[in-house]
Design a protein around this ligand. Structure first.
Ligand SMILES: *Cc1c(COP(=O)(O)O)cnc(C)c1O
Length: 380
C-alpha cells in the first residue's frame, strides 16, 4: 500500500481493484460458503460467512485503516457491537459507564447489572474525579461516550485511558458522534473504539451496522472475536457493500456537516426562544477546549437546543420544522430533529425542553431559516 493519506485511502476504499475484471468498485460477495481446493485448503480468506466474507473483510480493512487499528470487526448494528463488548466482561466483572450516554447502551448495561451478570457504576460524562473514585482493581471495563448524547458533554479520552489503565481496566469508547475522520480514539489511548456505522460512517440512513476496532490484538480482542464469530451478529453482504459506498464520502460529508452545524450554533446563540445551544464547537461549551484537542477535523453535525417554554414548546418545535425531518438517528445526509424526552422516557436525565438536531448536507441558510420559523411557531 502507498503512503497516501487516510482521506485518499477512504475515498478509494483502499484502492482495491477487482483482479478478475478490473472493476473499480468491488463486487458484492453474498456467498455463505467458500470452496476448498483439491488439497482441502481454502482458496480465499474464509470458509463460511458467519465470521465474515470477502465483502465484510474489505470493509473491515478500510475501517481499521481509518482508526489506525491492527484489526476491526463489523457487526449487524451498533448495539450488537456494544453487546459483544459487554459479553466479553467476565461474570461479576465491574463496569463503569456514564449517566448520560446512548440510552440503548445504558439500558443494556443496566439489564446485565440487574441480572447480576456485571456490577455497574455510572458517572457523569467528563467528571474525571468521579471516574477515578469509581475505578478499582476489579474494574474490567470503563465505557465512555464522547461527545455524549444528547448534551454533547466531552470526555477527555487520554485522561480516561490513564484512569482505566492505572487499575488494569479496558477503556472502550462509543465514538459514533466523533467518527475517525475527526477523532483517533485509539491513538489517544482507548483500547476499543466502537461506532454505530448506521450513522456517519454510512451516512445515508439506509444501512444498519456497527464496528469495533482495537488498539492491540490481545486477549480481550480474541474474546470479542470469538463472540463475533459464534453469535453471528454480522451485517449482510449487500449492507456491507452499501456501507463501503457511503464510507467513501465520509470526510467530505463530515466536514460540511461540521461547518453547517457550527454556523447554525453560532447564529442561534442568544436567539429569543432558546435557553441554551449545546454544541462542543462553541467556545462557551464546557468541553470545548478538550474537544478542540481531540476532534481535530470538525465538531460534527450534532447539536441540541433547549427551547424556552419547556416540554410543550420543545414538542411543538420538533413538529413545526419543514426541512428538518422529525425522526430519530443521526449522521445522514438529511437533517433530522427529535424531541428526546418522550423517546428516552421519564427515567432519563435528559431535560424536558431539549431537542436534538442532526445537521445534514442541505444549505445551512435554509436550515437556519427552518429553525427560526419553527421557533416562532413554538414560542412566538
Ligand atoms: C445509534 C447509536 C448507537 C446504536 O447503534 P445502532 O446501529 O442503532 O444499533 C450507539 N451509540 C450511539 C452514540 C448511537 O448514536
Amino acid at each position: 500500500m502507498t503512503n497516501a493519506s487516510r482521506t485518499t485511502l477512504t475515498v478509494q476504499a483502499m484502492h482495491e481493484i477487482d483482479r478478475l475484471t478490473g472493476a473499480v468498485i468491488p463486487p458484492i460477495h453474498p456467498a455463505t460458503t467458500y470452496a476448498r481446493g483439491s488439497d482441502n485448503q481454502l482458496i480465499g480468506e474464509t470458509d463460511y460467512r458467519r465470521p465474515g466474507g470477502p465483502t465484510e473483510f474489505q470493509a473491515a480493512r478500510v475501517l481499521a485503516m481509518l482508526e489506525g487499528a491492527p484489526e476491526a470487526k463489523l457487526f449487524s448494528s451498533g448495539m450488537a457491537a456494544i453487546a459483544a463488548v459487554v459479553e466479553s466482561v467476565p461474570t461479576g466483572g465491574h463496569v463503569i459507564a456514564q449517566t448520560e450516554m446512548y440510552y440503548g447502551a445504558k439500558l443494556l448495561l443496566q439489564r446485565a447489572a440487574a441480572k447480576k451478570r456485571i456490577t455497574l457504576n455510572l458517572v457523569e460524562p467528563g467528571d474525571l474525579h468521579a471516574l477515578t473514585a469509581a475505578a478499582r482493581p476489579e474494574t474490567d471495563l470503563i465505557w465512555i461516550e464522547s461527545p455524549a448524547n444528547p448534551s454533547w458533554a466531552i470526555v477527555d479520552i487520554a485522561k480516561a485511558a490513564d484512569i482505566a489503565h492505572a487499575v488494569g481496566a479496558t477503556l472502550g469508547i462509543d465514538s459514533t458522534c466523533a467518527p475517525p475522520c475527526t477523532t483517533q480514539a485509539l491513538a489517544l489511548g482507548a483500547d476499543i473504539v466502537m461506532h454505530s456505522a448506521t450513522k456517519y460512517l454510512n451516512g445515508h440512513s439506509d444501512v444498519l451496522a456497527g464496528v469495533l476496532a482495537t488498539r492491540a490484538v490481545d486477549e480481550r480482542w480474541a474474546e470479542i472475536g470469538e463472540i463475533h464469530s459464534k453469535t453471528g451478529a454480522v451485517p449482510g453482504a449487500f449492507e456491507t457493500w452499501l456501507l463501503m459506498r457511503g464510507l467513501r464520502t465520509l470526510w467530505v460529508r463530515f466536514e460540511r456537516q461540521s461547518a453547517s452545524a457550527l454556523a447554525i450554533a453560532n447564529a442561534l446563540q442568544g436567539e429569543p426562544g432558546i435557553d441554551a445551544v449545546l454544541y462542543p464547537g462553541l467556545a462557551g461549551h464546557p468541553g470545548h477546549d478538550i474537544a478542540a484537542g481531540q476532534m481535530t477535523n470538525g465538531f460534527g453535525g450534532m447539536l441540541s437546543l433547549r427551547i424556552a417554554g419547556g416540554y410543550p414548546a420543545a414538542a411543538k418545535f420538533a413538529a413545526s420544522t419543514r426541512l428538518f425531518i422529525q425522526a430519530t438517528s443521526l449522521g445522514g445526509v438529511e437533517s433530522l430533529v427529535e424531541h428526546r424526552k418522550p423517546i428516552e422516557g421519564p427515567e432519563s436525565p435528559t431535560p424536558d425542553n431539549l431537542v436534538r438536531l442532526s445537521v445534514g448536507l442541505e444549505d445551512a441558510g435554509d436550515l437556519l431559516d427552518d429553525i427560526r420559523a419553527a421557533l416562532a411557531a413554538a414560542t412566538g
